[in-house]
Ligand binder design. Structure first.
Ligand code: HEC
Length: 108
């Protein structure tokens, strides 16, 4: 039933190019979109920052990654991927939202 529903939503999304229906499928990605993260990060492509799949691969098996990355996203910084700095995302993005997005990134 769920699968069928997702298909219908995705189908509609494909046809209409809508963001809202997609949010029903992946809330964390919609949150990343809403929070401005996807302006600098692609899921599979590097933009200004690394792709989220590259981030997930880099920290695979690192148990402290989640808390490290939550702090990094909040305060910003550079040096892990190059000289381009990430600006601070806190307080404009809520702590809970950052946590949700980081958990999603690490699951990719
Ligand atoms: C203005 C562009 C920009 C925005 C907006 C941005 N980032 Fe980044 N992000 C970067 C850059 C550049 C880096 C690489 C920093 C480095 O090399 O240490 C980065 C790195 C990261 C990393 C990896 C950090 C590490 O130390 O390996 C994560 C995770 C991340 N960003 C998540 C987010 C999330 C979540 C948001 C939204 C709340 C966000 N970013 C918004 C540019 C951005």
């Amino acid at each position: 039933m769920h699968l069928l529903l997702n298909r219908l939503i995705l189908g509609a999304c494909f046809a209409l190019g809508c963001n809202l229906a997609y949010a029903a499928v992946n809330p964390a990605e919609a949150l990343a979109q809403k929070s401005g993260c996807l302006a600098c990060h692609g899921i599979s492509q590097k933009i200004l920052g690394p792709s989220y799949k590259d981030v997930a691969a880099k920290y695979k098996g690192d148990k402290s990654a989640e808390s490290k990355l939550i702090t990094k996203v909040k305060v910003g910084g550079s040096g892990a991927w190059g000289n381009m700095p990430m600006p601070a995302n806190s307080p404009q993005v809520k702590d809970d939202d950052i946590k949700t997005i980081v958990q999603w990134i690490l699951s990719l």
